[in-house]
Ligand binder design. Structure first.
Ligand SMILES: [Fe+2]
Length: 215
């Protein structure tokens, strides 16, 4: 199978963008309906877009779809800023969810590392599905651990998680999990996007260099 992939992710499998400056009202993600769904630790997820708009976190393949063309759930009404963020990127999106992760240890995080299943049923020749994160709570001491090889710490990078952190990860390629040493849950928005010119344009516009006048 051949898929369109982004040059920006070719080397490391992820790219950290500049911080999103517009504040997200906490009630948007605190008041949504969460479902018990375990991924990468003690987690709950609030589905904002799902395969057919149901309140569920199942892979779109369970409904015969690739992870694209997500449909808004009832939660979407409660989080206009998150819906706006998702649509502003301009790329085709699939699953849209917030994650609530309870505090953990680094050892647990490493044990919980996994690759995502983003491209099941993705038709040959279309764009490879990757994921974008928007960090909602301010957790500067927490970070996402990403590894090219799960058993090789030298292949590891760490993505810090202050409020507003935006980053894109080829999360099917990289093993990943978040180490969150805080005392309160960590919340983040996670969106599956199709690789293509739209996503590329957004990444280029949000690159750290783009906003600070580096020539
Ligand atoms: Fe994951």
């Amino acid at each position: 199978m051949t898929y369109a992939k982004l040059p920006a992710l070719e080397q490391k499998g992820f790219v950290v963008l500049r911080k999103y400056e517009k504040p997200i009202p906490p009630e948007e993600y605190l008041n949504m309906e969460y479902v018990d769904w375990k991924s990468g630790g003690d987690t709950n997820f609030a589905p904002i877009a799902s395969a057919f708009g149901q309140m569920e976190c199942a892979g779109f393949w369970d409904h015969g779809k690739p992870d694209k063309d997500g449909m808004w759930t009832d939660n979407a009404k409660a989080c206009p800023s998150l819906v706006e963020w998702t649509e502003r990127v301009g790329a085709r999106y699939g699953r849209v969810r917030t994650i609530k992760l309870n505090p953990n240890t680094e050892e647990e995080a490493i044990k919980n590392m996994h690759p995502d299943d983003n491209n099941r049923l993705n038709p040959d020749g279309e764009g490879w599905v990757v994921r974008a994160w928007l960090q909602l709570t301010d957790n500067p001491d927490s970070y996402m651990i990403v590894r090219e090889d799960k058993d090789d710490p030298s292949s590891e990078s760490r993505i810090p998680l202050p409020a507003g952190a935006q980053f894109v990860v080829d999360s099917q390629r990289l093993w990943h999990a978040v180490y969150h040493p805080g005392t309160a849950p960590r919340y983040a928005l996670i969106v599956s996007y199709e690789s293509g010119p739209e996503l590329e344009r957004w990444i280029e516009s949000e690159r750290v260099e783009a906003g600070v006048g580096v020539s």
